[in-house]
Design a protein around this ligand. Structure first.
Ligand code: 4AD
Ligand code: MG
Length: 432
């Protein structure tokens, strides 16, 4: 490799380097031209002084429009005033254009979101997109690092599935050689089979929900990590969730300082993320809502206003447990003392970010589970293999799903989920 990355520029002070990248912005002032170059690893200011270079270099410089691809040669100096702390003094013959472009559609001025999303293949070159997608990658790595070093085995689960996991109203049917199958809503049921072989597992992949709602928290295609553990009860499950979330936030804080700065993230909220997280029973959540003036009855599901209100009462993520079984999935175990409640635990984000994690202890009794499948009007024949797990060595077990985009949105302090995935899929949005 004959070039240097901007990220590594600090170890080349006073040396001449070659950089390869794209022109992010340029300006000139009193005969000096300032080129902002980005190369995927960072941004650096390259200074072209008339006295240092010949006429031809100045001419190329003037032709370059935003996003022109270029090779720049120059000397590195440390300069506290420049972004990143270093700058490049371009040397004679030091600018080579690979392609000059002058009509890049996304300019530094404000654009509407619809326009930007139509151009998501270009939008991801912008600063904030660059930052949030890098945080996303770090979040995913942190999750995998933590699970891999805490005894979990990664087992992939299928995308084409015969049955619903999370309700029949959000299924995407696919024609499978004349038969109808669905894009997976969750790998959980397969995880439940896999733990009987491996103990603690996780799947990590894209999941699909035909969500017809246009909210800032819903995608039709989103990524989820789903750990599942044999011999874990609801409390054990919550301990895993809080430790995982704490580890993820700590890794992002230690490695993504630059990204969080670009995103203007208030770090004080993230620095508070330490175990243990509060656990509040659904009864108490209802009580808190009513005390805050909400007209909310026991038995209802929380929408965004309820989650946001509860979140203002906590300064780090917190659990709501024991939701009414009637509003939760068929596979959840019931509280033996209060059978109208499920052994469920949702982790809600502070600052109004809503549900980050949904989890539960699973129903491990064959008869109970069959009853639930019938109550939920699910086709028993598609669940026969799943029922086998309650026939051949059933054990208490628990697990959860953590939504990647929800988590990244919260950590980055972004308004909308769509900015945490490069090519978001939403109602009426599947291009590019
Ligand atoms: O609460 P959910 O539906 O739970 C499950 O799918 C379980 N089977 C997981 C498990 O126990 N293995 O989804 C889990 C998480 C939510 O808390 C949320 O973070 C995210 O997935 N999520 C979505 N993210 C973006 N868009 C959507 N439409 C989402 N639906 C759920
Ligand atoms: Mg949920």
């Amino acid at each position: 490799m004959d070039h240097t990355y901007i990220r590594d520029i600090g170890s080349h002070v006073d040396e001449e380097v070659t950089l390869k990248g794209w022109l992010y912005n340029k300006r000139s002032s009193g005969g000096i031209r300032f080129l902002l170059l980005r190369d995927g690893t960072g941004i650096i200011q390259c200074v072209v002084r008339q006295k240092d270079v010949e006429e031809a270099t100045l001419e190329i410089c003037d032709l370059l429009g935003q996003e022109s691809s270029v090779i720049i040669r120059g000397t590195v100096s440390a300069d506290e005033r420049s972004p990143g702390g270093f700058e490049i003094a371009v040397v004679e013959g030091g600018i080579e254009a690979i392609q000059v472009t002058d009509d890049y559609p996304i300019t530094p001025k404000e654009h509407g979101t619809a326009f930007l999303m139509d151009n998501s293949h270009l939008w991801l070159r912008s600063r904030k997109q660059w930052a949030s997608l890098r945080v996303r990658a770090r979040v995913i790595k942190a999750i995998r690092d933590w699970l891999d070093s805490n005894g979990f085995l990664h087992v992939d689960t299928p995308i084409f599935t015969p049955a619903a996991v999370e309700g029949t109203t959000t299924l995407f049917p696919v024609d499978y050689f004349g038969e109808s199958v669905y894009l997976t809503q969750s790998g959980q049921l397969y995880n439940e089979a896999n733990i009987m072989s491996f103990g603690k597992v996780y799947c990590f992949g894209p999941t699909f929900r035909a969500e017809k709602s246009k909210t800032r928290r819903h995608l039709t295609e989103f990524w989820m990590v789903e750990p599942e553990m044999a011999f874990f009860d609801l409390e054990d499950n919550m301990v895993v969730i809080e430790q995982l979330v704490e580890a993820v936030v700590k890794d992002v804080l230690s490695d993504c300082g630059e990204e969080l700065k670009i995103l203007d993230r208030d770090l004080t909220m993230l620095q508070k993320v330490e175990v243990p997280f509060s656990r509040i029973h659904y009864d108490e959540a209802v009580d808190r809502l009513q005390k805050s003036g909400f007209d909310f009855e026991w038995g209802g599901d929380f929408g965004s206003p309820e989650e946001t209100e509860l979140a203002t009462q906590f300064d780090k993520p917190f659990f709501v447990t024991h939701y009414p079984a009637a509003i939760k999935a068929f596979y959840m175990s019931r509280d033996p003392e209060r059978p109208e409640c499920a052994l469920a635990c949702d982790l809600l984000g502070p600052e109004g970010y809503g549900e980050l994690v949904g989890g539960s202890q699973r129903e491990d009794n064959m008869d109970e589970l069959m009853k639930r499948i019938e109550e939920h009007d699910l086709p028993l024949e598609s669940f026969e293999w799943y029922l086998d797990l309650r026939k051949f060595g059933t054990v208490p077990h628990s697990g959860f799903g953590l939504g990647i985009e929800r988590t990244v949105t919260w950590i980055c302090g972004i308004e909308h989920l769509r900015e945490t995935i490069a090519y978001p899929r939403m109602l009426h949005r599947f291009n590019p």
